[in-house]
Design a protein around this ligand. Structure first.
Ligand SMILES: Nc1ncnc2c1ncn2[C@@H]1O[C@H](COP(=O)(O)OP(=O)(O)OP(=O)(O)O)[C@@H](O)[C@H]1O
Ligand SMILES: [Mg+2]
Length: 281
């Protein structure tokens, strides 16, 4: 499902959080929203599922203007997992939490088993979510949103508090969402982990768009480091290593970088061999 922000501004009573934001997120893509603390990222997501309505401009989910629908209706289009999982959890067991949205809003529940498997929640299904660790509570909250099986999945800082292993579960969930052609929008400070999944990047600073476009186009820009620094975004480690080690292209994860370096080394060795053969001839 396509998501369009058209000249969107949003003001809280004491603060303008977003100013004239425009972007179009393609159906089935993964978009990362980044920016410094207070730049408006969570506000951006809350406008997507209609908890907030724009002060100016429009947010459209395909041809539905969020102004024209109640939050309960928009819940069929967009599931939002909150920045703080404890703001979301309310059911008495993990199983009920995973089933609630999927049965009461979308009326199906067919994703519940898949989600609990992908996030490794099977051993906790009968436990009270609030008795679990912070990381597990976050996974349950994310799982509850995903299990709703909406065309749009919005995740607010989903890797926060997760171990590497738990992040890998989240990665599998994002890949699964992609295979189901969902549009996934993720607010994050964790580009090191999430860049490999991204199609597009939205960079915010003080509520304004500093960049919106393809991930690769962003890293092709000469001013990418300054742009990120200006938005309080740490330059991702593998992009830094790609440049330092002369990988020849930007790599977004360790394996890709190692493969690229091996390929270049093999290419260089072949060229040297060819040179020696020419010289020996
Ligand atoms: N309910 C509110 N009332 C008033 N101001 C708010 C409210 N919620 C957020 N703000 C302010 O609006 C601005 C944007 O907040 P928002 O939560 O969208 O930023 P964020 O990029 O998600 O920040 P963080 O990285 O800290 O989560 C901030 O200055 C914040 O203090
Ligand atoms: Mg936030």
């Amino acid at each position: 499902m396509k998501i369009v922000y058209d000249g969107v501004s949003f003001s809280y009573p004491s603060k303008t959080a977003l100013k004239n934001v425009s972007c179009e997120i393609s159906p089935g893509s993964v978009a990362l929203v980044v920016g410094h603390n207070g730049s408006g990222k969570s506000t951006f997501l809350k406008l997507m599922n209609g908890i907030l309505k724009p002060t100016q401009g429009d947010v459209r989910l395909e041809d539905v203007n969020t102004r024209d629908k109640r939050v309960s209706e928009l819940a069929r289009y967009c599931a939002l997992s909150f920045q703080n999982p404890d703001d979301q959890l309310f059911a008495s067991t993990v199983m009920k939490e995973l089933r609630f949205g999927s049965e009461n809003i979308m009326g199906d529940g067919s994703l519940v088993d898949a989600v609990s498997g992908i996030l490794h929640l099977e051993d906790y299904l009968q436990m009270n979510p609030l008795s679990l660790t912070y990381a597990l509570r976050r996974l349950v909250a994310i799982g509850g949103s995903m299990a709703m099986d909406t065309p749009i999945l919005a995740l607010d800082e989903p890797t926060s508090g997760l171990s590497q292993r738990e992040k890998a579960y989240l990665g599998s969930l994002i890949s699964h969402s992609k295979s189901l052609k969902k549009t996934v929008v993720i607010v994050t400070h964790d580009l090191n982990f999430l860049l490999p999944f991204a199609d597009d990047i939205l960079m915010l600073s003080h509520g304004e768009v500093r960049y919106f476009g393809g991930r690769d186009n962003l890293f092709d820009r000469n001013d990418v480091r300054q742009l990120m620094a200006g938005c309080g975004v740490r330059y991702p480690i593998y992009a830094r290593m790609s440049a330092t080690l002369g990988a020849g292209k930007y790599c977004y994860e360790g394996k890709e970088l190692i493969d690229e370096l091996i390929k270049r080394k093999a290419g260089a060795a072949q060229r040297t061999n060819g040179q020696h053969q020419l010289e020996g001839a």
